[in-house]
Design a protein around this ligand. Structure first.
Ligand SMILES: CCCCCC/C=C/C(=O)SCCNC(=O)CCNC(=O)[C@H](O)C(C)(C)COP(=O)(O)OP(=O)(O)OC[C@H]1O[C@@H](n2cnc3c(N)ncnc32)[C@H](O)[C@@H]1OP(=O)(O)O
Length: 365
């Protein structure tokens, strides 16, 4: 790295510290800890203070966060800090654009999502861009809540999309890695219960449900697409279900919906053998309704959705329910069975090793 780029990086780092002070919304404890750790690493280098006592929770959490950065260089920490602040600023300004539109209303009380309603559309945006929108337990619960509210609000359709570069990178693997070995049985059982309720909410959702897949989609965010009514994708999107790679098994009712949508042979390539599809391939197989060039994606898709959402609301809802009711019972049965199998998978060495590898950065997709 040259002296000139180092200087720019230091300048950007200082600017990021100023920008951070201007954030209006609390970014949440997880992000604050990450910012603290990166700041300490950037300014002081690797963690050099003694480990605080177990009962000093706040100091211990801060120490753990700093210590977890290991030997990350000061320059690397400055870059990551700057990147994280920039993603927080863009997430907040995406959230604030709603204030400028008189018809757009924001639904408060979410930490991992941005939920807004305008033009008869309730938009639910995954909002952990610094983690590629990975779905942690909080986000699973908030999505259930957002869908339950959208089912009852005045909107005609509900739309999922991602903030930043990714649609979502699927299940947050730290949902499992943070548990002690002795707690794993309970963690797996609770995880399966949460997953069953989560997927069940998609099965039962009474209005047309649309996915606007703005970038790569992984794991459960892909399998769930089989329960959506329409899926629009940017040509930058990819679709990846790396279950075997992770020692896991399919969920989101995909063991039933995928063979039905694309035929058994193609579904097996995805669900058994981790085949990643481009947006064009996913469209050819019927998982995606239409693909748009990334440069015009947002403009074209939202214009189209605005037109759909002006159609008679009740007619759309009863038509969706007619189509869904034919299969509802079957889908709930498939969901239960998939969750049962996954409970065992999560306790397997194959799965635990894959998660450890990810966090040791030996294994990336
Ligand atoms: C209630 C439980 C229900 C469980 C349901 C079962 C669901 C199963 C699935 O969804 S399986 C799919 C799981 N997802 C993955 O395996 C993806 C893992 N992530 C990756 O392989 C990569 O991060 C990547 C390809 C998405 C992006 O790579 P890259 O561009 O190099 O970025 P980073 O890896 O540096 O990522 C930035 C930052 O985000 C963190 N992160 C990204 N994805 C996840 C994730 N799925 N879980 C946890 N953390 C994730 C990553 O660790 C980095 O964090 P850091 O900056 O190091 O703190």
């Amino acid at each position: 790295m040259t002296a000139a780029t180092m200087q720019v990086s230091q300048k950007d780092f200082e600017k990021a510290q100023e920008q951070l002070k201007l954030l209006k919304n609390d970014p949440g404890n997880e992000t604050k800890l990450k910012l603290y750790a990166l700041f300490k690493q950037a300014t002081e280098g690797p963690c050099n203070s003694p480990k605080p006592g177990m009962l000093d929770f706040v100091k211990k959490a801060k120490w753990d966060a700093w210590n977890s950065l290991g030997n990350l260089s000061q320059d690397g920490a400055r870059q990551e800090y700057t990147k994280l602040v920039s993603s927080l600023i863009s997430a907040e300004s995406a959230g604030q654009k709603k204030d400028t539109s008189p018809e757009e209303s924001s639904h408060g009380g979410y930490e991992t999502l941005i939920v807004t309603t305008s033009n008869n559309i309730t938009k639910i945006m995954f909002n952990r861009p610094e983690k590629k929108n990975a779905i942690n337990h909080k986000m699973y619960r908030e999505i259930i809540k957002a869908l339950q509210e959208a089912a009852k609000d005045d909107s005609t359709i509900a739309v999922f999309t991602g903030n930043g570069e990714y649609y979502t990178s699927g299940n947050d693997l730290s949902n499992f890695s943070n548990a002690q070995p002795s707690e794993m049985g309970k963690v797996a059982k609770d995880g399966a219960e949460l997953l069953k309720a989560f997927v069940g909410t998609f099965i039962d959702f009474p209005k047309p449900l649309i996915a606007v897949v703005n970038g790569p989609a992984i794991g459960i965010s892909v399998t769930l697409l089989g329960l959506f009514d329409v899926v629009y994708a940017s040509d930058k999107a990819t679709f990846h279900t790396p279950f075997s790679h992770l020692g896991q098994s399919p969920e989101g009712c995909s063991s039933y919906t995928f063979p039905k949508i694309m035929g058994t042979a193609k579904a097996n390539e995805m669900l058994l053998f981790n085949k990643k599809l481009t947006a064009a391939e996913a469209c050819a197989l019927g998982l995606v309704s239409e693909v748009f060039p990334d440069s015009t994606f947002q403009k074209e898709v939202w214009a189209r959705l605005k037109a759909y959402a002006s159609l008679p609301k009740n007619a759309l809802a009863v038509s969706k329910q007619l189509l869904r009711n034919l299969e509802k019972e079957k889908l709930h049965a498939v969901n239960s069975q998939e969750c049962e199998v996954l409970t065992e998978r999560w306790l397997s060495d194959e799965c635990l090793n894959a998660i450890v590898s990810f966090f040791q950065r030996k294994s990336k997709l």
